[in-house]
Design a protein around this ligand. Structure first.
Ligand SMILES: NC(=O)c1ccc[n+]([C@@H]2O[C@H](COP(=O)([O-])OP(=O)(O)OC[C@H]3O[C@@H](n4cnc5c(N)ncnc54)[C@H](O)[C@@H]3O)[C@@H](O)[C@H]2O)c1
Length: 335
């Protein structure tokens, strides 16, 4: 089968490609990425040269370009990881989030209809469900939890999800959606909590923690997320939404302290900063649908996963330093 993987030079998409290019030698994977500030060609350059992999530099919002790519490549399956993904940026500059996350999704789905793609999969987030109170550990997000967003980022993802379901109902496009909790693992851009903590701690710099660090996230290893996406794309029922969660709820402060301990760095590096406006309190996800229907299960627990992840960043310091210096932006031209 011929796959289009958008956003494949980002954190989750690049991990997905490393997983599937190796696992499915008879399938063919085109990675399409605009290489925005969050896209890093270094994340996938070791896949270049593989028989079943190709990188294409381009923008999912460019209709003419996308049409041509679909015509040339004859995709069976489209998986859309491409997005503007950082909540803080969406608060400062919402416009690009609507353009990429909603209109980009529309462009991809229009091409998927025109060229008879067999499955369009939208990679979404548990943030579309809003947040849960801190004092109700019994509550979890289910697939039928109402959409109730807090940030321009989550609203743009929710808008895209609704459009995906509408394309299924109105045009019969064979779609699936996965909604996942917070991911951690290799290749995450150092603007998100875990790589920020590691890269700051490496240089004994102050580590910013929003508010009192009490916000709770449900952490999932990126490999487990991607195993879930792969199962849903291949075996999931058309028109369905599937939640994927880590069953590892931690406050942000707990996560920061765990990392500092592993790195032998003092907690005095922690600096509390003014809370993010509209900051979601708690995310927690019920993954029982995908577990029962598709046999998905987590392969990582948080304590082993975070240890392995910290080690990865420590062993790949040049990967972080290239981002800090801006050199990573030249990786594609210099290839
Ligand atoms: N990171 C998480 O914890 C998490 C959790 C749940 C869902 N998600 C979703 O998973 C997907 C991937 O997230 P991520 O953390 O890997 O994000 P990321 O920011 O690391 O990567 C996004 C990638 O998309 C590319 N991109 C952006 N705009 C583009 C455009 N117009 N055309 C083509 N490519 C473009 C970027 O260059 C980058 O490579 C997103 O849809 C996100 O909403 C992320």
């Amino acid at each position: 089968m011929r796959f289009l993987i958008t956003g494949g030079a980002g954190f989750i998409g690049s991990n997905y490609l490393h997983y599937v290019v190796e696992k499915y030698p008879d399938d063919y994977f085109v990675c399409l990425d605009a290489l925005t500030y969050a896209g890093n060609y270094n994340n996938i350059k070791d896949l270049e040269g593989k028989q079943n992999f190709k990188f294409v530099h381009g923008d999912i919002t460019n209709r003419e370009f996308i049409d041509k790519l679909f015509e040339e490549e004859n995709f069976d399956i489209v998986i859309n990881f491409a997005a503007e993904s950082h909540v803080d940026n969406s608060i400062k500059n919402p416009g690009i989030f609507l353009t990429t996350n909603i209109l980009g999704t529309q462009v991809l789905m229009d091409a998927s209809r025109k060229y008879n793609v067999k499955r369009y999969h939208q990679v979404s987030t548990d943030e579309v469900y809003g947040d849960l109170p801190l004092d109700r550990p019994d509550l979890l997000f289910r697939e039928d939890t109402p959409i109730h967003t807090s940030s321009p980022y989550s609203s743009s993802k929710a808008g895209a999800d609704l459009l995906v379901l509408a394309y299924h109902r109105t045009y019969g496009l064979p779609v699936t959606i996965s909604r996942c909790s917070n991911n951690y693992g290799p290749y995450q851009f150092p603007e998100k909590l875990i790589p920020v903590v590691i890269s700051k701690a490496l240089h004994d710099e102050p580590i910013p923690v929003y508010g009192k660090g009490e916000n709770v996230r449900d952490w999932i290893h990126v490999i487990d997320h991607n195993i879930g996406v792969d199962l849903i794309v291949r075996n999931g029922r058309v028109g369905e939404v599937y939640n994927l969660g880590g069953h590892s709820e931690r406050t942000n402060l707990e996560v920061v302290k765990t990392i500092l301990k592993q790195m032998n760095k003092p907690e005095s590096l922690i600096t509390y900063v003014t809370d993010r406006p509209g900051h979601d309190l708690r995310y927690a996800i019920d993954s029982s649908k995908v577990e029962k229907e598709l046999g998905w299960e987590r392969t990582y627990n948080f304590s082993d996963g975070i240890k392995e992840t910290v080690d990865w960043y420590l062993n790949n310091e040049t990967w972080i330093e290239d981002i800090k210096s801006g050199n990573y932006k030249n990786a594609y031209q210099d290839k």
